[in-house]
Design a protein around this ligand. Structure first.
Ligand SMILES: Nc1ncnc2c1ncn2[C@@H]1O[C@H](COP(=O)(O)OP(=O)(O)OP(=O)(O)O)[C@@H](O)[C@H]1O
Length: 329
C-alpha cells in the first residue's frame, strides 16, 4: 500500500500572550492513496489545527510546528516557499470549512479555474482550460454552463461542489477536507458525500476528512482517527455499531454513545460527563483521565504510549486492536 500522506510526531503550539499553548501533541498517522481517513473529535480538540499544519498554513508568528509531513515522500516543511507553492494544489489540496463562501464574488467560476491552472501549468492554453473546467464540473455533477456563473448565482451546495472541483484541478494525490458539508442541509450533504466517495475511488485519492459528526464520518471513512485534547487516542478500522463499542478506546466509546443513531434500535443518548482539559494545565498522564470510566491509577501520571501504524489504541487500560479482525468495508 502506498502512503500518500504521512504525519510523523507532529507537535503544534499556538503562540499567545501568556505563552505557548499546545494544540497538537505527538500526532502520527498515514493515509494510503486509496482511502479516506476520518478525523473526529469534540470542538477544540485540534482538528482544524491539524488541517492547517498539514497544509503548512500556520505562520511562524502564530504557532510553532515540529514533526514531519510527508506528501508522496516529500517533507513539506523542508520545501522552499516556491517549492511549497508548486506542491500545494498539485500534490495536496484543501477544501476548507465553509470555503464555498471564499469564492471571489467578482470572478466568474471559469476565472477561478483559469487562475489556478495558469498559476501552476505553464503554457496551458485557453481551450485546454475551458475543457478541463467543463470536465471537472461534470465530475461533481454540475452543468459545465455553471462556469459562466458568479458565486452569488449558485446555491450553497453548488458552490461547495465548485470548490471541490477546484481542489481537484491539478489532480492532487492528497485532499484535506475540513467540515466540507457542515453548512449544508442533510439532503445536499448526503449527495456531496456520495460524490466525494466516488471521486476518491476514481482518482485514487488519499483523503483526510475532518468532521465533528461521528455518524457522518463512520459512514464515509475507511478508517477513523479519534482526537482528544490534541492527541490521537485511537485509529480504528472497526465497525462503529454500538454493540462493538467495548472494542474501542474509552473516549471513542463515549463519542459513540453520545452520537444520535439514525438507524437501528432506539437507544438513549448519553453525553460524556465533564469537560475537555485546559490545554495549559495538562498533566503527564492521559488527558482523558478525569472523564474516563475505565481509568487506572497509573493513567494520571504515566504518559500515553507513542504509537504509529494503521490502527492503534493509546490507552493503559485497553489492549491494542487485533488488526486482522473484521475489517470495515
Ligand atoms: N490562533 C490561535 N491562537 C491560540 N489558540 C488557538 C488558535 N487557534 C486555535 N487555538 C486553540 O487550539 C485548540 C484547537 O483548536 P482547533 O480549532 O484546531 O480545534 P477543532 O477541533 O478544529 O475545533 P472546532 O471543531 O470547534 O473547529 C483550541 O484549544 C483552540 O482554542
Amino acid at each position: 500500500m502506498t502512503e500518500a500522506l504521512v504525519v510523523d510526531s507532529l507537535h503544534v503550539s499556538y503562540i499567545t500572550q501568556s505563552g505557548l499553548v499546545p494544540a497538537l501533541r505527538n500526532v502520527s498517522l498515514s493515509i494510503a492513496s486509496n482511502e479516506i481517513l476520518g478525523l473526529v473529535g469534540e470542538s477544540g480538540s485540534g482538528k482544524s489545527t491539524m488541517a492547517q499544519a498539514v497544509m503548512r498554513l500556520l505562520k511562524p508568528d502564530v504557532a510553532t510546528v515540529d514533526g514531519r509531513i510527508l506528501v508522496d515522500g516529500q517533507d513539506l516543511y523542508q520545501l522552499t516557499p516556491e517549492e511549497l507553492r508548486l506542491t500545494r494544489w498539485r500534490k495536496i489540496a484543501m477544501v476548507f470549512q465553509s470555503s464555498m463562501n471564499a469564492l471571489n464574488p467578482v470572478l466568474s467560476i471559469q476565472e477561478h479555474f483559469a487562475d489556478t491552472m495558469e498559476a501552476h501549468i505553464p503554457g496551458i492554453t485557453r481551450d485546454e482550460i475551458l475543457k478541463r473546467t467543463a470536465d471537472l464540473l461534470e465530475q461533481v455533477r454540475l452543468d459545465p454552463a455553471v462556469a459562466r456563473s458568479y458565486a452569488h448565482e449558485l446555491s450553497g451546495g453548488m458552490r461547495q461542489r465548485v470548490v471541490i472541483a477546484l481542489s481537484l484541478a491539478l489532480d492532487p494525490s492528497v485532499l484535506i477536507m475540513d467540515e466540507p458539508t457542515t453548512a449544508l442541509d442533510v439532503v445536499v450533504q448526503r449527495s456531496i458525500l456520495d460524490e466525494i466517495a466516488a471521486l476518491q475511488k476514481q482518482r485514487q485519492l488519499a483523503v483526510l476528512f475532518i468532521s465533528h459528526d461521528f455518524n457522518l464520518v463512520s459512514g464515509l471513512a475507511n478508517r477513523i482517527a479519534v482526537m482528544y485534547a490534541g492527541e490521537i487516542m485511537e485509529i480504528t478500522d472497526r465497525g462503529m455499531a454500538l454493540e462493538d463499542a467495548r472494542e474501542h478506546h474509552p473516549y471513542t466509546q463515549g463519542l459513540m454513545r453520545a452520537a444520535p443513531r439514525l438507524v437501528g434500535t432506539k437507544v438513549s443518548i448519553e453525553g460524556i460527563p465533564g469537560e475537555p482539559p485546559d490545554m495549559t494545565q495538562l498533566g503527564p498522564g492521559c488527558p482523558f483521565f478525569d472523564r474516563c470510566p475505565e481509568r487506572l491509577p497509573m493513567c494520571r501520571t504515566t504518559p500515553l504510549p507513542s504509537k504509529s501504524g494503521r490502527v492503534y489504541i493509546r490507552c493503559h487500560a485497553m489492549p491494542d486492536p487485533v488488526v486482522e479482525k473484521v475489517k470495515r468495508p
